[in-house]
Every structure is written in structure tokens, then in C-alpha cells.
Design a protein around this ligand. Structure first.
Ligand SMILES: Nc1nc2c(ncn2[C@@H]2O[C@H](COP(=O)(O)OP(=O)(O)OP(=O)(O)O)[C@@H](O)[C@H]2O)c(=O)[nH]1
Ligand SMILES: [Mg+2]
Length: 429
């Protein structure tokens, strides 16, 4: 089975915890704070590996977590940063955040990388919290939790020219005779289930990448046949090479084939029809082909560019390749069609970051106030509640975020229960 669309959960490593420690030196009874910071958690980084052609590897492994940073140590030793976790993806992988719908990365070139989930920063050790008023704080932060997100990976083949057409019209055969690619060829339909790429060189030494795409049939845009998962690949090709079986030996009319496929392209996405298209009349070695071609021509506009070939007997190929190369020279790259005006370098933007300062207050059936929100939960997870100083700092920060005021506004009074994640505390006015 060909996998070109998967959902994956990624999570950066947690930061290491900061340490509470004090210097212990001979003859110095109470040394200053000496707790080191925790190390940063590892990032989840996607990296393009040229040799990969599918997202098959993600079929069974869909959860990726990076390592956590080491905890801070005494004598102001900082914890080590965790190694980043690199995950290989094939060229043409588009990564989207499922929650925001935003495209995070468009990974094209070999070795290209994108941070998909950042590791959390290390918690600060108590040395960092020393002030003149509190020179020996019993206070350190826990590591920041790693960032997490659910993403989809979509594979969009990167090719200059894409072969489209009904099944068995000879797309793979054509690719096999103009490039070194060895796609599977057979007379049954849907022989090709994975797009194949081949490097084509014209006689005058111009080269381009040609993709042999799985056959399309009526209703493909709605998922019929191998469905529109393959139409997606066409989005990336600059020139469409529309292959038609002129022998009509399967009983279909070549002109109707032509119309049907173009309608599928258009229904899948209007903008596919903006792409320059060449028509290849294949199987011209067959008995009725000339006659069929003449009828076909009549129904098409005068200036339609039709290239009669026989992929099997290798006829008519060089003028076709020249024409494709010429067309590529005057055709720009197409941007990803479904991109929602997203040009920003947003490699690491998380949904919760945009709502970083917000928080929600709801009520449980028992009347307790329930606090939620990314920032407050993060703060909570980074607080070491076993220490007085840490608890006091947490209370200060909550006040700073406006949470106390908001609770009061909602009617909270002294002694009321407030819940946050799995913990409860009393509201104190
Ligand atoms: N006579 C003749 N047969 C051809 C020609 N090109 C391809 N064929 C035959 O047509 C059949 C289908 O060829 P493929 O190249 O597998 O067709 P395809 O378009 O890739 O088909 P799918 O992958 O199923 O979409 C095979 O039996 C080929 O040998 C040609 O120029 N002339
Ligand atoms: Mg094929």
C-alpha cells in the first residue's frame, strides 16, 4: 500500500529541572545559592532524505518524542541539552498543523530541515533567583514541558512534467523509454500505484523531472479509483502531459477521455487547468490509431498541441521532449495551491502560542472554579510545589497574569476551591 498522507504526533523533549543547592565550602557556614539550570529538551526536527519516496515509515510509528534535558546540578553545573531527534521524510513532504490548519513546512531539498516541535527550555536553578532581599532563595523552576502538536504529512511529488491520463494509456511505458526509471508496466488498470520519477534529458542536453502518475478515471476528484490523493501530486508539476490511448482498443473514445480527465483536473482544483498542457497521442503503432487521431484533431481547437507517438516502438519521442523542455523554460513554478496565504517563516508557531496570555475560568458542577489555558498550565508544570519560595512565586505570577482579579470578578471568595489541571487550592483574597 502506498502511503502519502499520515497523521503524526510530535513532542519536543521537556527541559531539565533547575536545582536548589547551596555552596558548601570549608569554613563558610552558609554559602550562596549554587543550583544549576536544567538543560533544554531536544527538538523534533524533520529532515529531507532524497532516497525516500513514500511516507511508508510512518505507517506504524506515528508518535515521536524527543529526549528531555538533564537536570541542573549543584555547584552551578547546568544540565546538558538533549540531542535533537531527526526524522527523515521524503522530498515533497508538506507538514501541516492539524489544529490550526497552517502549513508549517514545505520540505523539498535533500538535507533541508524544519523544527516541528521545540524542546522545552531548562528550568532555572536557584542561583538565578538570588536578589539582595533574598540572597539564598529556596526556589527553582522545573523544566518547561516540550511543545507538542498533531501534524499531517502529505507527500506531493516534485516534478517538472506530470503524465496524466486514464489507466493503461501508456504513461509508465513512456516514462520508461525517456528516462532511466523502471516503473512497472502491465496491461491491467492501475498498475502504477506510486508516482514514479525519472530524469529526462533532451538531445540538446536540457533536463527535467518527469512523473508518471497513477491513472485517473471519472470521479477521481471525489476519490474514485485511486482517487484524488494522486491528483494532489499534480499540484506540484509545472507542465501537464496528457496521455491518450489513440488505439481506442479498450472501447473508449479518445476525445471523451480527453474531456473527462480535464474535467477531473478542474473539479479537483480550478487552478490545475491554468497549467500548460501538452497532448500525447500514444499507441500510434496500432491499426486504427491514425483514423482515431484525425477524428480527435477535428474536435480540438486548431492550435492544440498534439504529439503523436508510440512509446512502445519509441516513435515521436524527441519532438515531444523538446516541446516539454521549451514549455518548462517559459513556465514559472506554481505555489502550493492549498496554502492559505502563509508566507511567514513560521516553522515554530504553535496554536497555544497565539493564545499564550489568555486563560479560561469555568465552573465545575460542585461550584469550584476551574482554571485552564496554555500559559497558566505551563507555569504550573514548571513550579516546584514542595518549596515555599516556589509557591509564593507562583502566586505572584498568577496575580501578574490577572487571574486573581478575574476570579474575583467571577464571584470567587475567600476559601473557594480553584482547580488547575489535577490540583486544587483555595482562593485567598
Ligand atoms: N501498442 C502499444 N502498446 C502500448 C504502448 N504504450 C504502452 N502500451 C501498452 O499498454 C499497456 C499499459 O501500459 P502502461 O505503461 O502500464 O500504462 P499506464 O498508463 O502506466 O497504466 P496505469 O499505471 O495502470 O495507469 C501495456 O501493456 C503496454 O505495453 C504503445 O505505444 N503501443
Ligand atoms: Mg503506469
Amino acid at each position: 500500500m502506498f502511503v502519502d498522507h499520515v497523521k503524526v504526533y510530535v513532542r519536543g523533549g521537556d527541559g531539565g529541572d533547575g536545582m536548589v543547592a547551596f555552596r558548601r565550602e570549608k569554613y563558610v557556614p552558609n554559602g550562596g545559592p549554587a543550583g544549576g539550570d536544567g538543560g533544554k529538551g531536544g527538538d523534533i526536527v524533520f529532515i529531507v532524505e532524497e532516497g525516500l519516496r513514500t511516507l511508508m515509515d510512518f505507517r506504524y510509528k506515528r508518535i515521536f518524542k524527543a529526549d528531555r534535558g538533564t537536570h541542573g546540578m549543584s555547584s552551578n553545573k547546568h544540565g546538558a541539552k538533549a540531542e535533537d531527534t531527526f526524522i527523515k521524510v521524503p522530498p515533497g513532504t508538506v507538514v501541516k498543523d492539524i489544529d490550526t490548519g497552517e502549513t508549517i513546512a514545505d520540505l523539498v531539498e535533500h538535507g533541508q530541515t524544519a523544527v516541528i516541535a521545540k524542546g522545552g527550555r531548562g528550568g532555572r536553578g536557584n542561583s538565578r533567583f538570588a536578589t539582595p532581599a533574598n540572597p539564598a532563595p529556596e526556589l527553582s523552576e522545573k523544566g518547561e514541558p516540550g511543545y507538542e502538536r498533531n501534524v499531517t504529512l502529505e507527500l506531493k511529488v516534485l516534478a517538472d512534467a506530470g503524465l496524466v491520463g486514464f489507466p493503461s494509456v501508456g504513461k509508465s511505458t513512456l516514462l520508461s523509454v525517456v528516462s532511466a526509471a523502471k516503473p512497472k508496466i502491465a496491461e491491467y488498470h492501475f498498475t502504477t500505484i506510486v508516482p514514479n520519477l525519472g530524469m529526462v534529458e533532451t538531445e540538446d542536453h536540457r533536463s527535467f523531472v518527469m512523473a508518471d502518475l497513477p491513472g485517473l478515471i471519472e470521479g477521481a476528484h471525489q476519490g474514485v479509483g485511486l482517487g484524488h490523493q494522486f491528483l494532489r501530486h499534480i499540484e506540484r508539476t509545472r507542465v501537464i502531459v496528457h496521455v491518450i490511448d489513440m488505439s481506442a482498443m479498450e472501447g473508449r473514445d479518445p476525445y471523451e477521455d480527453y474531456v473527462t480527465i480535464n474535467e477531473e483536473l478542474q473539479q479537483y482544483n480550478m487552478r490545475l487547468t491554468e497549467r500548460p498542457q501538452l497532448i500525447v497521442a500514444n499507441k500510434m503503432d496500432m491499426p486504427d490509431a491514425e483514423e482515431n487521431l484525425a477524428k480527435f484533431r477535428e474536435k480540438l481547437p486548431e492550435d492544440a498541441r498534439i504529439f503523436p507517438i508510440s512509446a512502445l516502438s519509441r516513435k515521436g519521442l524527441s519532438s515531444l521532449l523538446h516541446a516539454i523542455a521549451d514549455l518548462l523554460e517559459v513556465t514559472d513554478e506554481f505555489p502550493l495551491i492549498d496554502e492559505e496565504a502563509d508566507e511567514s517563516e513560521s516553522t515554530v508557531l504553535y496554536k497555544h502560542e497565539s493564545e499564550a496570555d489568555g486563560f479560561d475560568i469555568t465552573r465545575d458542577p460542585d461550584g469550584a472554579y476551574v482554571l485552564s489555558g496554555y500559559a497558566i498550565e505551563r507555569l504550573f508544570k514548571m513550579t516546584d510545589f514542595s518549596r515555599e519560595d516556589s509557591i509564593r512565586r507562583f502566586a505572584r505570577q498568577m496575580r501578574g497574569m490577572g487571574i486573581d482579579d478575574a476570579l474575583r470578578e467571577r464571584g470567587a471568595e475567600n476559601g473557594d476551591t480553584v482547580r488547575l489541571l489535577e490540583f486544587e487550592f483555595e482562593f485567598m483574597d
